[in-house]
Design a binder for this molecule. Structure first.
Ligand SMILES: Cc1ncc(COP(=O)(O)O)c(C=O)c1O
Length: 367
């Protein structure tokens, strides 16, 4: 059977029952009681004043880009080591990204390099910092840099749902945060996302923009252009069930991380992603760097056996599409990409599969 990096996991019959309730209500629609419940319970669980369930994490970012009225030529400052979804929506509206390298101690945006980037581009419209592989970025340090220039800090917390930073849920302390509930995330709605913020005026605007910017008239009246972005009632029902079991998911992911660590202990050439002392990661993916072993070879060998594994994110500034963009670099991201590996991290990953994977790693290390 194929082993996935991070497959979805339902919790007994809970999600099925909630989807059944959604069917019974006949809200097979882009609104309904499950959407309201999901947003309310997420606001309570994550401590934000406002939440907006969206069709994806990318859409949540698109709504922010539209709310900020991003125009061609606007600069935005973005984590270099991330998934392209962090930046795609902003670039589609004409923004020019400037990429910032990572702190080797966290693999997230380096606050000292952000300070340099802001000095170079004080007019930047926003900073988008990614929480990488379930670990929060150093929000307070990044926010202090942004505050000095009056720049909005957005945390792309797509990968860190359930993690904490100084005791606060991930993204809390930024102007806005986005979560992803894509099928491979720690909790899922199949595909989906969320925008979270305490800025009530901005959230009201994003709610309107997510419904094609329809004004409150009996007919369709539009003063500006929005998009379609609301999560439907059926996936929201799955989200309610998943969210109610987030603590179970966190416990299972931590157990998988620990099980990997016992296997790494006797292999000093495998270095796990460092854990920052300011928070508790959600352990979405177990990621490592390898010393003296080619991670691309490992990925190829694992995939040939039906085991999904991946290199780390390829830094954005190395992507052909961003060739012309400026960056503030230290070389950390490039080194991570050349040596890093994402290992299967499913909640029910079998110990025998982990053993098989480390044996394969050993055999490549000996070549
Ligand atoms: C860092 C990061 N940002 C943004 C996204 C986009 O989220 P979605 O797939 O829900 O659009 C993802 C994951 O998919 C991600 O890992």
């Amino acid at each position: 059977m194929r082993v996935f990096l991070s497959p979805p996991m339902m919790n007994g019959d809970d999600e099925r029952r909630l989807v059944g309730e959604a069917f019974d209500s006949n809200y097979i629609a882009p609104c309904g009681p499950m959407v309201d419940l999901f947003e309310r319970e997420a606001a309570e669980r994550f401590g934000f004043r406002q939440t907006l369930a969206t069709v994806s994490g990318t859409t949540a970012l698109e709504l922010l880009a539209r709310a900020l009225e991003i125009r061609p030529g606007d600069k935005i400052i973005v984590s270099d080591l991330t998934f392209i979804g962090s930046v795609a929506a902003f670039v589609s509206l004409g923004a020019e990204p400037v990429f910032v390298d990572s702190d080797p101690a966290t693999w997230c945006m380096d606050p000292n390099l952000l300070a340099e980037a802001l000095k170079r581009y004080p007019q930047a419209k926003a900073v988008i910092a990614t929480d990488l592989y379930g670990q929060s970025c150093d929000i307070d340090a990044l926010a202090a840099c942004c505050d000095a220039y009056g720049t909005k800090l957005i945390v792309d917390a797509a990968e860190s749902v359930g993690a904490t930073y100084r005791g606060r849920p991930s993204g809390r302390g930024a102007w806005a945060a986005i979560y992803s509930f894509n099928g491979n995330k720690i909790i899922t709605t199949g595909g989906g996302g969320m925008l979270l913020s305490d800025d009530e005026a901005m959230m009201a605007l994003c709610r309107k923009l997510a419904s094609q910017a329809r004004e409150p008239f009996p007919w369709y009246e539009h003063e500006r252009v929005g998009t379609y972005g609301r999560l439907g009632n059926i996936p929201a029902a799955i989200g309610v069930g998943q969210l109610r079991h987030l603590e179970d998911a966190l416990r299972d992911k931590a157990a998988v991380w620990d099980a990997w660590q016992t296997r790494f202990a006797s292999r000093p050439w495998i270095h796990p992603m460092p854990t920052a002392d300011y928070g508790v990661p959600n352990r979405w993916l177990t990621t490592v760097t390898l010393e003296g072993v080619d991670p691309f070879k490992v990925v190829e060998a694992l995939v040939a056996k039906g085991i999904e594994a991946r290199p780390l994110w390829k830094p954005m500034r190395l992507q052909p599409v961003f060739r012309a963009c400026d960056a503030v670099c230290s070389g950390v991201d490039e080194a991570l990409f050349q040596s890093g590996l994402c290992l299967p991290s499913g909640r029910n990953l079998a110990p025998e599969t982990m053993d098989e994977i480390v044996q394969l790693l050993d055999s490549i290390a000996c070549q």
